[in-house]
Design a protein around this ligand. Structure first.
Ligand code: G3P
Ligand code: MG
Length: 254
């Protein structure tokens, strides 16, 4: 059963602010979002940061790999100018600080574990441990609706997360579900599948639901498509267009 919000702001504030930044989070809040998806990977010192790409250059003004820098160095870099000069003071957020801010605002989190190649196990373990510690109270009282959902394209990262924080729910990210999607999801004890909506068909949606998994889609940017997916039984989705698709129109699933 999906016990979480139906609609999430993708990468913090969708495409209305630089992705995976505090500015994005603020933008999402302005549009009424209280649920967010963001990406997390490890810096050189093993400290997780909120970032999508394993290399600098696209969203962060710099060169090389994320694992060439310590987290504090990344935090001082410019992760906003690519979007607009007004955002040049946005650094790369430290995961624990970003998550603590989400928590303080009551923003529910889908934390996408996005390991750089070769760092799958380490990233899954670190992120899951930190998230578990942050939500120890919710987990102790069984308040799983408040605890974050950990997702990843990497089964290795999800398996590591399961070992490190068995009480936190996990979701398998799959662009296009392979024939053995159910076996893969069960192998990591996933509660949900997160699928690219462009490859979803009604029969697959029904099969995922019938198998007892939650079904989440990324990244849905028109209200018409969102309505269609929900009519297929999709539980929730994230969107880049937080201006077009508002949470008030998409209440928590029953
Ligand atoms: O978690 C859903 C979605 O964010 C997965 O793709 O590349 O946007 O992280 P990506
Ligand atoms: Mg993501």
């Amino acid at each position: 059963m999906w016990r979480y919000p139906r609609i999430l702001a993708h990468r913090g504030g969708g495409t209305l602010a630089p992705e995976n930044t505090y500015a994005g989070l603020r933008r999402g809040l302005e549009f009424g979002f209280r649920a967010v998806e963001f990406d997390v990977m490890l810096a050189r010192d093993g400290v997780p940061v909120v970032l999508h790409d394993p290399c600098l250059g696209r969203t962060v003004n710099g060169t090389g790999h994320v694992f060439d820098y310590d987290a504090r160095e990344l935090a001082r870099m410019d992760a906003g100018s690519w979007f607009g000069a007004a955002y040049r003071d946005e650094g790369v957020p430290l995961f624990t600080e970003f998550a603590a801010l989400c928590r303080s605002y009551g923003i529910w989190m889908n934390i996408e574990i996005k390991p750089a190649p070769g760092f799958e196990r380490e990233t899954g373990t670190t992120v899951a441990r930190l998230a578990q510690a942050m939500f120890a109270d919710a987990l102790a009282t069984g308040d799983l609706a408040r605890a974050p959902l950990l997702s990843s394209f990497s089964l290795t990262a999800l398996q590591a997360a399961r070992l490190a924080a068995p009480g936190l729910p996990r979701a398998c990210l799959m662009r296009q579900a392979p024939p053995d999607w159910e076996a893969q999801a069960r192998a990591v004890g996933a509660a949900a599948l997160h699928l690219d909506h462009r490859f979803l068909e009604p029969a697959l949606a029904a099969a995922v639901r019938a198998a007892g998994f939650g079904l989440f889609c990324y990244t849905v940017n028109t209200p018409a498509r969102a309505r269609e997916l929900l009519s297929w039984g999709v539980d929730a989705f994230c969107t880049d267009r937080i201006d077009l698709i508002g949470p008030a129109d998409w209440p928590v699933s029953s």
